[in-house]
Design a protein. Structure first.
Length: 81
């Protein structure tokens, strides 16, 4: 799956003390995307648990990054006559 989404702009956020989904899961996803040629960003909040979205949504850098993203142009398929 990482190869299929490697061109999608991703910024992964995770709380270091998350006991619902461990940071190891997020790190593994980021590593798989990097191995497939993707360039995901990863931010881990020390001491934070599962509910980190208030920190993310209040960060102006996140909004600047998000609003600057564009999906790559779709590949064109050759048309047979």
């Amino acid at each position: 799956m990482a190869r299929r989404i490697r061109g999608v702009p991703l910024w992964v956020f995770h709380g270091a003390a998350d006991d619902r989904v461990t940071p190891a899961h997020a790190r593994a996803i980021v590593e798989a995307l990097q191995a497939a040629g993707g360039e995901p960003r990863y931010t881990e909040f020390p001491g934070a648990g599962h509910d980190i979205w208030d920190r993310v949504y209040s960060d102006r850098a996140f909004w600047r990054w998000l609003l600057a993203q564009r999906l790559p142009a779709p590949a064109t398929q050759p048309v047979s006559p």
